[in-house]
Write a protein that binds this ligand. Structure first.
Ligand code: DX5
Ligand code: ZN
Length: 221
């Protein structure tokens, strides 16, 4: 089984000092940086794009950057994120006219590719694309905002996705996103997740002056 990864969602970071916030979660034990891209069209919020990803790389971030695209259309922003240093690029199948083509495009740009499933979206796409994904991301909230509550039906869906991934024999990460906190991460892991996004569960929990301010919370995960 793959090693567990903690992926703080910078959506809940202090954007006025983003570089420092990312440095601090990584210094405190986080493994990858979850980067939420929202366009006020596919989802009702507007966040950050390739410029900020590039800025984090130029700041010196070497950890994998996990770009979660909540944008429509998807394809035209992919080369920009590849250029900006994205490691993973995941997208919602509802936001692409040609899901297989988008996966191929991400890989052709040199990134790892993944599909994201909203709470009410079935895993049917995955059945046909298991050979083409490096990551499966299950939403345990409706996309658009941090700080929402974990939707319990995501646990059954995790078990379903875990079975499909294991049966494939491929090295595919199973990521969960939304409402993940110290107090529910154990049951989420037991349901099959190996990559844990947490935004409001991590950021803001510590003394601003402490470079290891997220150590306590991340180590408990
Ligand atoms: C929601 C985003 C999440 C969000 C999670 O659309 O995809 O990554 O930041 O935030 P929390 O952990 O606060 O639910
Ligand atoms: Zn996300």
């Amino acid at each position: 089984a793959a090693e567990d990864l903690i992926a703080p969602s910078i959506l809940s970071a202090d954007f006025a000092r983003l570089g420092e916030e990312v440095d601090n979660v990584l210094a405190s034990g986080a493994d990858i940086v979850h980067f939420d891209v929202m366009d006020n069209h596919y989802v009702p919020n507007l966040t950050i794009g390739p410029l900020i990803c590039d800025a984090l790389r130029k700041h010196g971030v070497t950890a994998p950057i996990d770009v979660h695209l909540m944008v429509k259309p998807v394809d035209r922003i992919i080369p920009d994120f590849a250029q900006a240093g994205a490691t993973y690029i995941t997208f919602h199948p509802e936001a692409s006219e040609h899901v297989d083509r988008t996966l191929q495009l991400i890989k052709a740009e040199g990134c790892k590719a993944g599909l994201v499933f909203n709470p009410a979206t079935s895993l049917d796409y995955l059945k046909y694309e298991l050979d083409n994904v490096d990551m499966v991301l299950l939403m345990s909230v409706n996309p658009g905002f941090g700080g929402q509550s974990f939707i319990p039906s995501a646990l059954d869906k995790l078990r379903e996705a875990r079975a499909m991934i294991d049966a494939s024999g491929r090295d595919i990460r199973l990521e969960i996103d939304g409402g993940v906190k110290v107090d529910n991460i154990a049951e989420i892991k037991a349901a099959g997740a190996d990559t844990f996004v947490s935004g409001s569960g991590i950021f803001g929990k510590g003394q601003d002056s402490d470079p290891n301010r997220y150590n306590g919370i991340i180590r408990q995960m």
